[in-house]
Design a protein around this ligand. Structure first.
Ligand code: PLP
Length: 375
C-alpha cells in the first residue's frame, strides 16, 4: 500500500531527544523549545513565536488573547477543521460561516463584509493547503471595521503571500506540527504574535495563568496566578523531535515540492476532467497537500475505491462544519452555500509526504490516468 501520510523523520530526532533526556530538563520551555521558537521567528519574521501543545491550543490561546466573550461573533469558512471553530465556541462565541472560493478553497474575501454585525470581533481565515487567503483585502476589511484577525495557518508553515509569511499578517497566527503536517513533533503547534504588547499576556496564558516565565527570567521574585490560562506548553521531548526537522526544513520542503510538481505535471493533461490546485500569483505555497477534484461525489467515491484496490490510499476531508451536528448548534452559514458543499465533495487528496518515492508518485499518476481513460 502507498500510504497517504508517513510522519516526517529525518534521522537526528533520536539524538536530540536523548540530549533532552540527559539534560534532565524534559518539561516545557527548555533549550529545544527556545530553539524552535527562535527558528520560527527567524524564518517567518514574526517578533514572537511560542511553541504550543497543538495548533488547536494555539487557536484557543488566540481566542483568550482576543478577549472573546459570550455572544461575540467570529467569521470563518465552513470548509475547515473543527478546531478553527471550537477555539471560539469554547469562549462562548457564535460562528458565522461564509462561502469559499472554488479556486483555492479559501474563504471568499468578497463575502466577509456581508457577514459582519455589531457583535463581530474576529475574522479567522484558514490558509487551505498552504495557499494564502487574499490577505490585503482581509486586513483592509478588519481595519475598517475594527476587527481582529486570527490566522489558522496550521497548514501554512513556510508559505507566503506577497513575500510575507502566512501567520504573520493577523494579530495572531497559528501553526500545527501534528504528524500530518510538513514538519512535526507528533502533536504540537505554535502561536505567532504580531504585536509586542501581547507577549506578556500570551506567556501567562500558556503557563497556566501564572507569571512563571517572568520568574524564571529573574524579572520577579515570586510567581503567582495572574489571569485565566491553561497548560499549553509542550514537553522538551517533543520540541527536540521538531528541532531536528527544523534543521532539515529545506530538504523536507524540496522533497515535498518535487512530489507536488510531479503530480501537477503528470496530471495536467487531464485538466478538462479534473480540477487541479490553483496558486494565485501573490502566493508561494509549501507543497503541504496535493488534491484533485473529480466531477462529483459519485466519481470521487469510484476513483478512491479504484485507488484503494490498487494499493493507493487517498483521503478526503472536512464535512462542512455548518452541516455537522455541533455546527448546526453553534454556528450559521451566512448567504448562499454555492461552493462549500459542492467543492468539498469533489476533493480527493493524494499521497504526499517526505520521502515518498518518485516511482510511487508515478504509479498514482498512472492509475488516475487509467481510471479516466477507461471512463
Ligand atoms: C491540522 C489543522 C488544525 C489542528 O492542528 P492540531 O495541531 O492537530 O491541533 C487546525 N486547523 C487546520 C486547518 C488544520 O489543518
Amino acid at each position: 500500500m502507498i500510504p497517504f501520510n508517513v510522519p516526517p523523520y529525518v534521522g537526528t530526532e533520536s539524538k536530540y531527544i536523548t540530549e533532552a533526556i540527559e539534560s534532565h530538563k524534559i518539561c516545557g520551555d527548555g533549550a529545544f523549545t527556545k530553539k524552535c521558537n527562535a527558528w520560527i521567528e527567524q524564518t517567518s519574521g514574526v517578533q514572537k513565536a511560542l511553541l504550543t501543545t497543538s495548533c488547536t491550543h494555539a487557536l484557543e490561546m488566540a481566542a483568550i488573547l482576543a478577549g472573546i466573550e459570550e455572544g461575540d461573533e467570529v467569521i470563518m469558512p465552513s470548509y475547515t477543521f473543527v478546531s478553527t471553530a471550537n477555539a471560539f465556541v469554547l469562549r462562548g462565541a457564535r460562528i458565522r460561516f461564509v462561502d469559499i472560493r472554488p479556486d483555492t478553497m479559501n474563504l471568499d474575501e468578497t463575502l466577509i463584509e456581508d457577514a459582519i454585525t455589531d457583535r463581530t470581533k474576529v475574522i479567522a481565515p484558514v490558509h487551505y493547503a498552504g495557499v494564502g487567503c487574499e490577505m490585503d483585502t482581509i486586513m483592509e476589511i478588519a481595519k475598517r471595521h475594527d476587527l481582529l484577525v486570527i490566522e489558522d495557518a496550521a497548514q501554512a508553515l513556510q508559505a507566503t503571500y506577497k513575500g510575507k509569511a502566512l501567520g504573520t499578517f493577523g494579530n495572531y497566527g497559528c501553526y500545527s506540527f501534528h504528524e500530518t503536517k510538513n514538519l512535526s513533533m507528533g502533536e504540537g503547534g505554535a502561536l505567532l504574535l504580531r504585536d509586542e504588547k501581547d507577549n506578556d499576556e500570551a506567556e501567562i496564558i500558556r503557563e497556566k495563568g501564572t507569571n512563571r516565565s517572568k520568574f524564571f527570567r529573574g524579572q520577579i521574585d515570586k510567581y503567582t496566578w495572574v489571569n485565566v490560562g491553561s497548560s499549553y506548553l509542550p514537553s522538551e521531548l517533543n520540541a527536540a523531535y521538531l528541532y531536528a526537522q527544523m534543521e532539515s526544513a529545506d530538504r523536507i520542503y524540496e522533497d515535498r515540492m518535487n512530489t507536488w510538481n510531479l503530480y501537477y505535471e503528470g496530471l495536467s493533461h487531464l485538466k478538462d476532467r479534473i480540477g487541479l490546485p490553483y496558486i494565485p500569483d501573490e502566493c508561494v505555497h509549501n507543497a503541504h497537500m496535493f488534491y484533485i477534484k473529480t466531477k462529483d461525489l459519485a466519481e470521487r467515491t469510484e476513483l478512491s475505491s479504484f485507488l484503494k484496490e490498487n494499493e493507493v490510499s487517498s483521503v478526503f476531508h472536512y464535512i462542512p462544519l455548518h452541516s455537522s451536528p455541533a455546527g448546526r448548534k453553534c454556528a450559521e452559514f451566512v448567504g448562499e452555500d454555492r461552493y462549500t458543499t459542492r467543492e468539498s465533495e469533489r476533493l480527493l487528496r493524494l499521497p504526499l509526504h517526505y520521502g515518498l518515492k518518485r516511482e510511487d508518485t508515478e504509479k498514482v499518476i498512472a492509475l488516475i490516468d487509467r481510471f479516466y481513460q477507461a471512463k
